[in-house]
Design a protein around this ligand. Sequence first.
Ligand code: DP6
Length: 336
Amino acid sequence: MLNQIELRKKATQVRQATALAHPNIAFIKYWGNQDHALRLPVNPSLSMNLGALHTQTTVTFDDSLQHDLLTINQQTYASDEPAYQRVCHHVDIVREWANIATSARIESSSNFPVGSGIASSAAAFAALSVASSAAAGLTLTEAQLSQLARRGSGSASRSVPTGYCEWTLGNDVDSVAVSIAPPDYWDLQDVVVVVSQEHKTVGSTGGHQLADTSSLQAARVVGAESRFNACREALLARDLARMGAIIEEDTVIMHGVMMSSHPPLYYWNAGTMRIIQATQQWRSKGLPVYFTIDAGPNVHLICEAAHVQAVVKAAKQLPEVQDVLVSGPGGPARLI
Ligand code: DP6
């Protein structure tokens, strides 16, 4: 009798874990892969986690489920939708590592708006990796979690460790991100200036696949390592003027590759250009602020905490600006 109860308990076993992760902003950009399936990048990258923003994900492996269920920001996804397939493919990797076949309920929500110019996939796949591996009974090292997150979204590898992170080249096991400085090392702020909330037609995954069609990509990759080293050095020296010049150059070179790909990817709009020019004007008037731009039109203004109010005020005066979000450095992806 007891055995039967035990068996029934086992048959409906539920294992659940919840994790939280921050998105990150890249100072040296990841653009293009050596291996698209494994997301092994062609150049090293460097970033800061954004502590004010987060994604929280709960994964429940439940024997009573027939198939995976996915809810993102209260919206349920059908099995033929790309987001469902991408997330379930990621959970498949975890099932393979844990040697289980159980279906899962995946519930995720973020405190930042979609279309705000924040790459949501980084926080999403970092949180999903931490939650799903724990729920599956795996105990992974930070490096293994970064590796796992990278397979879901390259930039997610950098949302696993704390603070300021570098993601270097390597094979599937060693191309992972590590922290180079904790959040309190330097109070840099990212002022995200939203000039468009439209959904982009070509996302990062498609973009990485086009990188090699640009004749500028080879030159970008050759120069990326020295920009990476110089930016890393400037960051560790807390030298914003030196770092700012490098991050702006790195952004513009990446967008040069995007715009000269076949077909071309024009992520900028008129508002983007307006903010770039305004940043140069603010700087000439003594406000130390620098821009960086991901795969979209919105601009991330990087400054020290002492100048964040002045930057927000200046940005809000521009008619092109629809919204402004502010974040300082953030901690690692973690179970909660
Ligand atoms: C421009 O990590 O979003 O933001 O691996 O296909 O999910 P996938 O791409 P993703 O690419 C990020 C591109 C970037 C630069 C960066 O964050 O380094």
